[in-house]
Ligand binder design. Structure first.
Ligand code: NAD
Ligand code: UGA
Length: 476
């Protein structure tokens, strides 16, 4: 299907004001559309109405200041959002259900509510990550609630933003995927994204700078709805596979005294492989990769397709955390009664999102093993205290050095830039023993040995303070 990107403002309703919904809402306003963002969480909407960002995300406060209560308004009233809208983006959560399948109950609830307040033709857009054929289910659900086919179309428009760089990813996307089974709905989506696909947005004086430009605008790919749904699941599963692959290679590298950073560099320079998502470490976490790999695996199973590769991706990822825990135990000999400084709580840098954070899972295991933990994270401490309340064994520190004071070892769990530029001598003095176990490979082992540390990382030979920089294989 080919579409022409006519550019004119569209009235858009976005349902859900989480990482995806809120970012989409402010970015659509930034692109010149009129947006009403609906959420049923009253506290969140009240916060947004006060102009406050409910999540930690670069450029979000500026975007809210620029468009909040003007180009984008916030409400808990669904009808208020739906009535004036030509397009309704559904951006509610699709968490993992007990069978591994995506739990679509939030999507179904929203679709049922939309059906009850329809007042003319609208395009319903799946922005949430959903399994293939969800477009069919949404259509069926609308029909069951008595809405005729001529009143709506369903389009898949998956979102590929990453937390931490969400605004920039949205306005400078690698691609925009529109899965539409009808021409008229594809035309509307193409109109919505026209400022990015024609490049007109990038000419504006206040446009967010980034890789796209008037001469290299964002690319739009129009497919069937089913293909678009699969593109999203397959993309996340492929990226997760890349991480598991490099982690498996890292484990091999460790056993033969090779260096995973050199290996990743050498592999990534092959343009067919590419350098990104080849960072070995604790394994992937977050609100998406774990659940989307499980959901895609379930989809394959439901359709009778043997896709065991996905199970292996998950198993390697789970094992990665076990191996890291074992490294800590091995470095400290025994764990009960030890004190460990944990640097990083969020599932990755530049976010305060704690969902499925490997750091939290690892700290829980340390606490269970009788370790006292002092943790520090530049952004995620508030969210972390809800999951790991402070207590006798669990303490939150005001900076990395305070966390390290008198600790038996320090562990790096999140790849914050701040943790890659620590004052190593100050850290060394604060610690009881200069042992650093790095789950994110932020330091050069030779430098660490010269700074007097025993340094254990992922996929590289461990070095001991006493070996004065000579790499030596770590005895497990
Ligand atoms: P989130 O949990 O941060 O936000 C979901 C929001 O929907 C919440 O604010 C919730 O209050 C609201 N909501 C739930 N039911 C509602 C209802 N009936 N009416 C109005 N509001 C309702 O979720 P998220 O991280 O933004 O993810 C949303 C979807 O986007 C998921 O399917 C996810 O897989 C996908 N996705 C997420 C990311 C990401 O980086 N987080 C990236 C791409 C895709
Ligand atoms: C991921 C995808 O990158 C987005 O394209 C997608 O839209 C999103 O999921 C989603 O569907 O929700 P996100 O979860 O924000 O984005 O974070 P990533 O940057 O992809 O990192 C995911 C996890 O993988 C983190 O725990 C990170 O530390 C880990 N990771 C990433 C590695 O261990 N190694 C790497 O090389 C890259």
């Amino acid at each position: 299907m080919s579409v022409s990107p006519a550019s004119s403002p569209v009235t858009i309703c976005v349902i859900g004001s989480g990482y995806v919904g809120l970012v989409a809402a402010v970015c659509f306003a930034e692109m010149g559309h009129r947006v009403i963002c609906v959420d049923n969480n009253e506290a969140k909407v009240a916060q947004l109405l006060r102009g406050e960002a409910p999540i930690y995300e670069e450029y979000l406060p500026q975007m809210l200041a620029r468009h909040g209560n003007r180009g984008v308004t916030f409400t808990t009233n669904l009808a208020e959002g739906i009535h004036p809208a030509d397009a309704v983006f559904i951006a509610v959560g699709t968490p993992q259900g007990s069978s591994g399948a995506a739990d679509l109950s939030y999507v179904e609830a929203v679709v049922s509510q939309i059906a009850q307040v329809m007042n003319g033709y609208k395009v319903l857009v799946e922005k949430s990550t959903v399994p293939v054929y969800t477009n069919e289910w949404i259509t069926r659900c609308m029909h069951r609630h008595g809405v005729d086919s001529d009143q709506f179309d369903v389009v898949s428009n998956p979102e590929f933003l990453r937390e931490g760089t969400a605004i920039s990813d949205f306005l400078h996307p690698d691609r925009i995927v529109v899965g539409a089974n009808q021409q008229r709905s594809a035309e509307l989506l193409s109109r919505i994204y026209a400022p990015l696909t024609t490049g007109s947005y990038y000419d504006q004086p206040e446009a967010l700078p980034g890789p796209c430009s008037r001469h290299q605008p964002a690319r739009i790919v129009v497919t069937s709805a089913q293909s678009a749904e699969i593109i999203k699941h397959a993309s996340n599963a492929f990226l997760a596979m890349k991480i598991s692959f490099i982690n498996a290679v890292a484990n091999l590298a460790e056993t033969v005294e090779a260096d995973i950073e050199d290996i990743a560099l050498g592999m990534g320079l092959d343009s067919r492989i590419g350098p990104r998502f080849l960072r070995a470490g604790l394994g992937y976490g977050g609100s998406c990769f774990p659940k989307d790999v499980a959901a895609f695996s379930w989809v394959a199973e439901q359709h009778g397709v043997d896709f065991r590769l996905l199970q292996e991706v998950r198993q390697i990822n789970d094992r990665q955390l076990d191996l890291f825990f074992e490294k800590i135990r091995s470095a400290l000999w025994t764990l009960r009664g030890k004190k460990i400084a944990a640097l990083g709580l969020a599932f990755k840098a530049d976010t305060d999102d704690m969902r499925d954070s490997p750091a939290i899972a690892l700290i829980r295991r340390l606490l269970d093993a009788g370790v006292s933990v002092a943790a520090y994270d530049p952004a995620a401490m508030d969210s972390a205290t809800r999951l790991l309340p402070a207590g006798e064994q669990m303490r939150y520190a005001s900076d990395p050095y305070e966390a390290a004071t008198d600790a038996d070892a320090v562990v790096i769990l999140t790849e914050w830039k701040q943790f890659a530029t620590l004052d190593l001598q100050r850290l060394n003095r604060a610690l009881k023993f200069p042992i650093l176990i790095d789950g994110r490979n932020l330091y050069d082992p030779a430098v660490m040995a010269n700074q007097g540390f025993t340094y254990i990382s992922v996929g590289r030979p461990a070095v001991y303070a006493s070996t004065q920089g000579r790499p030596r294989k770590f005895p497990l």
